[in-house]
Each structure stands twice: as C-alpha cells, then as structure tokens.
Design a protein around this ligand. Structure first.
Ligand SMILES: *Cc1c(COP(=O)(O)O)cnc(C)c1O
Length: 395
C-alpha cells in the first residue's frame, strides 16, 4: 500500500467519526464581519478580541517597518537576525506590562514549547492543569520532565501532586490564566500560594487575557494580585498581530535566549510583524485599548443577558463562551444552522476538547455592534426551536 493510500485511509476514518476538519477560506480582512464562500457573516469565532487585526495603525506600522528593515530578518536572532526592531518591541512589551524584561518568541506555540522545555528537564516535575493549551502539553512532553496533570482548576489535586514531587530536582506549576475553550479563570491566588509553599516556579499563560482583562488590560494574574515567575502573552490575539513574549526577570530573559531551542534555532520575526506588534501594544495599553475593553465588557454583559433569557446554561465569565452540545454531529449541525443565518460560530471537536464535550466556542469582540448581538440572540433562539440544544432535553 502506498503512503498516499495510507493517509486516505486515516482521513476516511476521521470522516466516519465526524472528526475530519477542513480549512475554511476567509475572503476578507479579519473583523466583526468576514466573507466566507462569498457571503458576509458576523464573526463570533475570532481571537481578535479588541478588533485590531485590520486597524490602520497596525497596517501602517507594519509597512513602515518593512521599508526601514526589509521584508525578512535574514537569520536567527543569535546569528545576525536580531534587529533594532526586535529590541524595541521587547522593551515596549516589558515597559507597558510592568515587567523587568520581555523575551520575544515567534508565536505562543514557540514560547510555550521553548520555555517549558528550557525550565524543566529530566529529574524535574511539571504540574499542569488538564485543560492547558496544546502548546503547553507539547512543551511538557518535550522537556522530558515527569508530568503530573491535575484535574481542571482543582487546587487540592495540584497540591497532592506538588507534595509528592518534593524529592524532584525542581518543580514547575503551569496553567492557562483564562482557559481557551471554556473561558473560565484559573484559581491563581491559591495556586501561587502552592507554588511558594512547595518551592515551584509559577508559570501562567495569559494568551486570552493579556490586553482584555485585569487592571488596564494587564491580565488575570494582575486582576488577582498575583505576580507569576513566568508569564506568557501572545501577540496574535488581543494585540492584532503575531508572535508572543515571555515576561519575567532580566535573568529569565537571558536564560531563555541561551536555552530556549524554539528561539535559538529559528529565524527572527520579520520587521512587518514587529512593527504591527509594537503598534498593537501601544494601542492596547493606551486610551484606545481602555475604550475597546469597555465595549467588549458591554458585549459580554449583553451575552450574559441572552444566556439567562434563553436558558442556555452557564453565563459567560469572559469574552469566551462555550455552548456545550455533546456529540460531534450536534455541534457541527448547530454550527451549520447558525452559518445559514449569517453567524459564524465554530464547532469545536476532539482532540481540542474532550470526547462528548463538543461545543460551539463563541467569542465576542469590542467591535460587535448591538445589532450583531441581537442577531446572535435570534440565532441561538432558532437553535432551541430546531431542538439542537442540550438543556432543552433535560427540562
Ligand atoms: C493561542 C494560544 C497559544 C498559541 O499562541 P499562537 O501565537 O497562536 O501560537 C498558546 N497558549 C494559549 C493558551 C493559547 O490560547
């Protein structure tokens, strides 16, 4: 059997299990409305939470940086690819986030894989929430440390695992701050106490919360009054660009520059991205960001009212709200029905979520208008009338 047939076979099996994924082509810029298959739909699936991905300030900064520094970095940062624009972006990120230093990575995926595998190794224990992002899971695997996965948000389970790791060389406690598929927060206050008590580094991934939540948009840890040893933030979500940075001490930054393989062995981010990211950071942590965060919170409040009115389950705790639907087919049918109404709510299936926990992951942005929220309400109400909602069966 040839290799091609082997892949075809696997794809057929995915199809039969309702798990085959397909790329969908967006024929417009990212925004509250996008064009898919030639038709405009209101976008309730984007991570561009503040609506900056197509902002003119980012586009112009990106063009300016290309003119000044060229289209590509030309080498890895440690060879000859560390441009003044990389340094400027790191300094801006550190200053605006109130950290001693920031270390730039090419994406959040690179940041987690490289940082976790640099901070933990053989003889160490990583204690990790079961719903942590895939890039954290991959970083744990790559580290070759012993990985202890605790039940989602379960501080007692995390403590048991830290206590039993007292003989390990080092301990790392890792969590998302805002979970990407459920929109709930990690219990950072008790987790930070555990980290202190059991001599573990506290590592917090703020991919979905830096820029949107907390005082001045500085994240869920700041909101909880916790200062993690290591904070990861991505530039591809609220900041409208691409890339990521790790916040911590200057020595952490130096250590990562020396030891994070996903930084050492990859070409530096291109100038266009660096320019857009810097402009994104300045907008997010300025008055414009403050204004957009208020609009986003108004939309979250409107969604909470809709969820209550239509009895759709748990109220949203952030801009991410899962409508739990159970099976693959139910989630995909509901997603298609919404699409027919001009609403984009992406169905999410395993392995992104556990078996039987398929859902539509709705995300709100600052740019959604009151009329968009009304259309969402009507779309959700139609799902109820079509008998596609779980809660209805229970009643
Ligand atoms: C999106 C995400 C990442 C990956 O970031 P990219 O920049 O998209 O690679 C990492 N961690 C979490 C929690 C995320 O949601």
């Amino acid at each position: 059997m040839s290799a091609v047939m082997w892949f075809d076979d696997e794809l057929r099996q995915l199809e039969e299990r309702g798990l085959r994924r397909r790329l969908r082509t967006v024929e417009s810029a990212q925004g509250r409305e996008v064009v898919i298959d030639g038709r405009p739909v209101i976008n309730f699936s984007s991570n561009d939470y503040l609506g900056l991905a197509a902002h003119p300030a980012l586009v112009e900064a990106s063009q300016r940086a290309s003119r000044d520094f060229g289209a590509g970095a030309g080498a890895s940062r440690l060879i000859v690819g560390n441009l003044a624009a990389h340094d400027a972006l790191e300094q801006t990120a550190a200053r605006l986030c109130g950290a001693e230093a920031a270390c730039l990575f090419n994406s959040g995926y690179h940041a987690n894989v490289g940082t976790i595998s640099a901070l933990a190794g053989r003889g160490d224990v990583v204690v990790s929430d079961e719903l942590n992002h895939a890039s954290i899971i991959d970083g744990c695997r790559l580290s070759r440390a012993q990985v202890e996965v605790y039940r989602h948000g379960d501080v007692a389970d995390a403590e048991r695992r830290l206590a039993s790791a007292s003989g390990a060389r080092r301990r790392l406690l890792v969590t998302d701050s805002l979970f990407s598929m459920d929109g709930d927060r990690a219990p950072l206050v008790p987790l930070s106490e555990l980290a202190r008590r059991y001599d573990a580094l506290l590592y917090v991934d703020e991919a979905h919360s830096m820029g949107t939540l907390g005082p001045g948009g500085r994240g869920v840890a700041a909101e909880a009054g916790v200062v993690p040893d290591v904070t990861v933030a991505t530039l591809g979500k609220s900041f409208g660009s691409f890339g990521a940075f790790v916040l911590g001490t200057a020595s952490l930054r130096e250590f990562l520059v020396n030891r994070a393989r996903s930084l050492v062995f990859t070409t530096g981010l291109p100038p266009s991205v660096l320019g857009a990211s810097k402009a994104g950071l300045e907008l997010v942590f300025g008055d414009e960001g403050e204004r957009r965060r208020r609009q986003l919170q108004q939309n979250v409040a409107r969604l909470a009212a809709i969820v209550g009115e239509l009895h759709l389950g748990n109220a949203p705790q952030s801009q991410i709200w899962p409508l739990l639907l159970g099976s693959e087919s139910r989630a995909m049918t509901a997603s298609s029905a919404l699409f027919e109404e001009g609403l984009l709510g992406q169905g999410i299936r395993p392995p992104t979520v556990p078996e039987g926990a398929c859902r539509i992951r709705f995300t709100l942005t600052a740019t959604h208008e009151p009329g968009d929220m009304d259309r969402l309400r009507n779309g959700l109400s139609a799902l109820r009338h079509q008998g596609l909602l779980l809660h209805e069966e229970k009643r």
